[in-house]
Write a protein that binds this ligand. Structure first.
Ligand code: KIV
Ligand code: NA
Length: 276
């Protein structure tokens, strides 16, 4: 199977073929989703909350993303691997370029993603000039949580939506190959998708985006918490884990594990000599 590239994303939009993206932070999840046929795996800074139990994405470091990107790349054949640039890793164009370069060279990522609109154009252009494919991210940008004042729907009125459209056009002009739209009304996402030639990848942004992304652990039900409205649950891994844990504990307490078939043995005569 052919490797998916930034160029494939643009071709898929042109052909009206929906683009599928999920997050992945580790080797085995990457391997499973790559074999399922996912187009791209995003090593998201959502790892801070999802696998490290932090309460926002802000504590996630370049080293965190780097190490997890390496693991995901090792599990991937066909999917594109996109490294998410964490908070403060692109605070100036020089810092952005240096860190994006590390994700490609050391992390084996195929592309990077960063949050923000017009204020990121200079950094994005520098990365693209160096051969690094860049994905944009507009709408709810969780690294701006302290400014946004919560994980809320963005672009809720015509004025705010107009600003989002301007940002999308500026990112397209800067050369990004796709834009994540997070938590925007479906009408606004539809409008943006029709005004740009590069694909929009929606999360909580409705059905008119050119592709969709979710956190894999959310759609697989890794958590005991009720999923967000925009998530569809495809598995119930939380209950599978809890049940497996309970059954293991019960089996040991009841002497049902390990069984003879799980044990190793020496020949009977050796055992007799040992006992004598
Ligand atoms: O970090 C992440 O998982 C993301 C996606 C939700 C787009 O940025
Ligand atoms: Na992210």
């Amino acid at each position: 199977q052919k490797k998916i590239t930034a160029q494939s994303f643009i071709t898929m939009k042109k052909n009206g073929e929906k683009i599928t993206v999920l997050t992945s932070y580790d080797y085995i999840m990457a391997k499973a989703l790559d074999s399922a046929g996912i187009d791209a795996l995003l090593v998201g800074d959502s790892m801070g909350m999802v696998i490290y139990g932090q309460n926002s994405t802000l504590p996630v470091t370049v080293e965190d993303i780097l190490r997890h990107t390496q693991a995901v790349a090792r599990g991937t054949n066909r999917s594109m691997v996109i490294a998410d640039m964490p908070f403060m890793s692109f605070s100036t164009p020089d810092i952005a370029l240096k860190n994006a370069g590390r994700f490609i060279k050391e992390g084996n990522a195929d592309a990077v993603k960063l949050e923000g609109g017009r204020e990121r154009v200079k950094s994005i252009k520098m990365m693209i000039e160096c051969g690094i494919p860049v994905m944009g991210h507009l709408g709810l940008t969780p690294q701006y949580i302290h400014q946004l004042g919560g994980y809320k729907l963005q672009g809720k009125n015509a004025h705010a939506a107009e600003r989002l459209i301007e940002d999308a056009l500026l990112l397209e002009e800067a050369g990004v190959f796709a834009i994540v739209l997070e938590m925007v009304p479906w009408q606004v996402a539809k409008e943006i998708s029709s005004r740009i030639q590069i694909p929009t990848i929606g999360i909580g942004a409705g059905a008119y985006c050119d592709g969709q992304v979710l956190v894999a652990q959310d759609m697989m039900g890794f958590s005991d918490r009720k999923p967000f409205k925009f998530v569809k649950k495809y598995a119930d891994v939380w209950n599978i884990m809890v049940d497996a844990g309970k059954n293991y504990i019960n089996d040991i307490k009841n002497g049902e594990f390990p069984a003879q078939t799980n044990s190793f043995e020496i020949p009977e005569d050796e055992y007799q000599m040992l006992k004598d």
